[in-house]
Write a protein that binds this ligand. Structure first.
Ligand code: CTP
Ligand code: CA
Length: 228
């Protein structure tokens, strides 16, 4: 029996995706991290690959297997992630699903910090580069469609609208990551897709579509369908 070929709406398109947390070293044995599992970003990579795209996935430390047919680049820190993302350009579509650590330790210890009688170590933090904003604002090589995520625990839509304008991306997938939702680390996600048209970086021109609760694979499939 001849089956009709699977539709490949993203054939010939290069898709770049970030996923997972980042780890920011405190010293050689300790780090700052967050609860991101990487599941949503990996699901998007698999869905884009299934739609025929040439997919590069830049992932922080996660306990997930490489999706078949996807080029996976594993990184540790936010700065590593930015460098590998920049090196992976150009892309037609870039999707920033990673939960990048906002801060890193200002002076990473070369040796393991030891308990001393002098008291607690004080960790000074500095801000990490914003990968989504950096790529959104590129003059050359900006992917034609740049999609961010907005992880919020309150004022979800308002914060996400402000984020789309501030970062200069085209779409934002906003989700509530309050502990009660189980989104961080879980298998389901309830998202809102915010889109803005053309050049207008204007909070009022942003459209909001609210999707029902779905598995992260379903969110990925719907997002890829929208992109297609
Ligand atoms: N992001 C990024 N690089 C960073 C921080 C965030 O690329 N250093 C991306 C995330 O991958 C996501 C989007 O920016 O696509 C929004 O991340 P989020 O943490 O929700 O927003 P922030 O701008 O960091 O603001 P805050 O955490 O204060 O809400
Ligand atoms: Ca953040």
């Amino acid at each position: 029996i001849l089956r009709p070929p699977r539709p490949r709406p993203l054939a010939g398109k290069r898709v770049l995706i970030t996923a997972g947390p980042t780890h920011e070293a405190i010293d050689p044995v300790r780090y700052i991290a967050n609860r991101s599992s990487g599941k949503q970003g990996f699901a998007i990579a698999a869905a884009a690959q299934a739609a025929g795209a040439d997919v590069t996935l830049v992932s922080g430390p996660v306990d997930l297997r490489d999706p078949p047919g996807v080029t996976v680049i594993r990184v540790e820190s936010a700065r590593d992630m930015l460098h590998r993302v920049e090196a992976a350009l150009p892309a037609d579509i870039a999707i920033f699903a990673a939960a990048v650590a906002d801060w890193r330790v200002a002076n990473e210890g070369e040796q393991k910090l030891k308990k001393t009688s002098a008291g607690m170590p004080q960790l000074a933090l500095v801000e990490n580069p914003d990968i989504l904003a950096t790529i959104s604002k590129l003059k050359e090589n900006r992917p034609p469609l740049v999609i961010g995520f907005a992880a919020e625990t309150e004022h979800l839509i308002d914060n996400a609208k402000a984020k789309i304008a501030r970062k200069g991306c085209d779409w934002i997938v906003a989700n509530d990551v309050s502990p009660a939702t189980g989104v961080m680390g879980g298998d389901r996600n309830t998202v809102h897709l915010l889109t803005r048209d053309g050049e207008k970086i204007n909070v009022d021109s942003t459209k909001v579509e609210s999707w029902p609760v779905m598995t992260k694979e379903q969110v990925a499939a719907e997002l890829v369908a929208k992109i297609a």
